[in-house]
Design a protein around this ligand. Sequence first.
Ligand code: THU
Length: 164
Amino acid sequence: MKELTYEELTETQKKLLDAAEKAMKNSYNPYSKFFVGAAILTKDDKIITGTNVENAAYGSTICAERAAILRANAMGYRVYKAIAIIAKGQDFDTEDVVGPCGSCRQVLYEFSQISEQNLEVIMSTTKKDKIVISSIEELLPLAFGPKDLGIENNLVKRSLRVNI
Ligand code: THU
């Protein structure tokens, strides 16, 4: 886990975070009024964004991170390198970074296994004055994954008909 400034990010990391920020503005959050944006960086450097979508049946809410992954998957991208996450309240900016919730960490872990890389997780405050870079394995130690079901990664890929 390392903390750095926006200026210290690479150009790609900056683009990813900026894309997450843009998606955050489309958050559908009438209940929590909490805006979250996420952006996935695919293997071939395509950026795919997501935002949180809430529901009157609160449990049906989808987080920004999973929204981005589901969208990327539907678009045919299943191998990722990184995800950027940014958040804000309706009446406040976040003073600390917002990490992905437990369910999102689990879903990120699944795709890190398919991607065969420890996904980089870039988390930022609203004003981008504090940025933390971690990895999915650091955020979800001793994770449960396909290997625990005795499923080899190449089988996961094949059964999913991944074209990579
Ligand atoms: N939320 C996310 O989008 N990602 C997270 O990792 C944490 C929580 C959303 C869900 C809900 O719309 C709002 O933030 C408050 O929980």
